[in-house]
Design a protein. Structure first.
Length: 545
């Protein structure tokens, strides 16, 4: 057995035969030149259409997030600018069609990469579409997950959303990837399917002839075997306790909320019986916008998201532009370290009128929808900044105002911060990256971004204590809240609301419902005393046994 280790991002143990996700195809050659460029170019659009048709057919068989992912990828395959650029390359240089698709898609990907940040993450989707069209032109098997015939452990370099959107959880025992981190697509997907997953496993794909694997999603241990192993599936989290009303078994109230980015996400949040929205990422409405949308346009966009939550709490975050999510109309110029630059609330200090217009639109949309709306600011660093934001939000007519705690300085001074606002919400994704000085997008630093790191837990404990002392609420809306075991620990640290990807709501809600507050506190104490992330997780698990 070859023993490897990575970062466990979805809990549970499983074992079984391995299936490798097909690696990208070799680069199609530019020669020999084609003799009939017109006929060669004419093959491209039908191939792209065939890829789109295949993805639409898969989309027809599924619902929710999976459907949206497959339809988005299909639409990208049908993008006429990609096909026409590839046709142009064939006509100009007589290169074979697969080569032209490669070059055209790479040009497109390069322009997205140059835009940076969140759009740069879509490069993965462009490459996926490129490889599917090339495979279609070559008449070979497309990259991605092959059809599974028996329960299997999937091994991959990384997974694209379209690779995994319609995976059958009954046939996937576990996911293991060489790249990716705790907030990667693989991690979010595995938690939503309730299957164990380990990411950032160095050496996973290097020259092994393993036919079976053992995976421990808690510790991050992966064993690869050249002989068969006994097939074991992880116990699925029991979600029957999720009644739609969050709290511990002894009646401590814990709100179980969903994170949404646009109107398309709200159906999943409602069907998961989220009690409301703990993080509405408004910048996701405008990632492609060149100009600032006017107040009426913003009001309509926000009202569409708020309407399904009439009478329920919704926390609207003001634009978190910059770093991984640049917005065309809030450009701050080139910065050597965008994650440490003018981002989040900092953008508003120079352009307060943009913030004021957004607050006016949010206040109006709250009235239109009947949702119980609060606002919060991203990337707050000092109590003074929190007070500045709070004043403007109240002037706009929004009664409940909060601040995100994503910067370590804000965590250290949480008590004073809470004097300036009504609540705080901890963004563990950014808080981890800043506490450890480790880029949250880098697979190589995934271990430092593990939300079970005791240093991060101790900071959260400080914020939780400040909440208890001031009698104000402390929530968590980073990916940490989507882990059922960690969700219990967060409650033990004083957190009173958990907001997460909609698919995790039933599992986290029922995990919290199954234990008392005292049990959560004991698990939290055990996790805080650990010296590393794996130790913290193991100690918390043991505390509940
Ligand atoms: C976070 O940083 O944890 C968070 C919730 O905000 P985002 O992921 O949008 O940066
Ligand atoms: Mg953040």
């Amino acid at each position: 057995m070859l023993r490897l280790s990575g970062v466990g991002v979805s809990n549970g143990q499983a074992a079984g035969p391995v299936v490798r996700v097909a690696e990208p195809l070799p680069e199609p050659p530019a020669s020999p030149a084609v003799t009939d460029p017109g006929a060669e170019a004419a093959r491209i659009s039908p191939a792209a259409q065939a890829v789109a048709d295949g993805l639409f057919a898969r989309a027809a068989g599924v619902e929710g997030d999976a459907k949206a992912v497959l339809e988005t990828t299909a639409a990208m395959a049908m993008d006429p600018s990609l096909s026409s650029r590839a046709e142009q390359l064939v006509n100009q240089r007589a290169v074979p069609a697969p080569r032209a698709v490669l070059e055209a898609a790479d040009e497109f990907a390069e322009s997205l990469r140059a835009t940076g940040g969140y759009l740069a993450e879509r490069v993965r989707d462009v490459h996926d579409v490129r490889d599917r069209i090339i495979a279609e032109l070559l008449g070979v098997r497309p990259p991605g997950v092959p059809t599974l015939l028996e329960p299997s452990v999937l091994l991959a370099r990384d997974l694209a959303p379209a690779d995994t959107a319609d995976l059958d959880p009954d046939l996937v025992l576990a996911l293991v990837t060489e790249e990716g981190g705790p907030t990667s697509h693989t991690a979010i997907l595995a938690r939503s399917l309730g299957i164990p997953a380990v990411v950032a496993v160095r050496g996973l794909l290097a020259g092994t002839s393993a036919i079976a694997a053992e995976v421990d999603g808690d510790s991050g241990a992966v064993g690869l075997s050249e002989e068969r192993v006994e097939v074991r599936a992880a116990e699925r989290t029991d979600t029957v306790n999720w009644t739609g009303s969050g709290g511990t078994s002894d009646g401590t109230r814990v709100k179980i909320l969903a994170n949404v980015g646009a109107a398309a996400d709200t159906a999943a949040a409602v069907s998961a019986r989220a009690e409301g929205v703990g993080l509405f990422r408004t910048e996701f409405c405008y990632l492609a916008a060149e100009d600032e949308p006017d107040v009426a346009t913003q009001r309509a966009a926000y009202a569409e998201v708020l309407e399904p939550f009439a009478g329920k709490p919704v926390v609207v975050r003001t634009l978190d532009a910059g770093a991984d999510k640049p917005l065309g109309f809030l450009e701050t110029g080139a910065e050597p370290n965008p994650a440490l630059g003018v981002r989040g609330l900092r953008v508003a200090f120079d352009r307060p009128e943009v913030l004021d217009r957004q607050l006016a639109a949010i206040a109006a949309a709250a009235g239109d929808s009947g949702a119980d709306v609060s606002v919060m600011a991203p990337m707050v660093a000092t109590p003074e900044e929190a007070a500045w934001f709070s004043e403007r939000a109240r002037t706009a007519g929004i009664a409940r105002v909060g601040a995100m705690v994503e910067v370590p300085a804000a965590a250290l001074i949480a008590g004073e911060l809470l004097e300036a606002v009504d609540f705080v919400s901890i963004g563990t994704n950014d808080l981890a990256q800043y506490v450890f000085a480790a880029d949250r997008q880098l697979g190589a630093l995934a271990g430092l971004n593990d939300p079970w790191q005791p240093a991060l837990l101790r900071l959260i404990a400080m914020i939780g204590r400040a909440g208890v002392e001031t009698g104000k609420s402390v929530g968590v809306c980073g990916e940490a809240a989507a882990d059922p075991l960690l969700g219990r620990v967060l409650v033990g640290l004083g957190v009173s609301s958990l907001s997460m990807v909609a698919t995790a709501v039933p599992a986290v809600g029922s995990a919290v419902a199954g234990v008392s507050l005292r049990a959560c506190e004991r698990a939290a104490e055990a996790a805080l005393a650990a010296s590393d992330a794996a130790g913290a997780k193991a100690a918390a698990r043991a505390a509940f046994e």
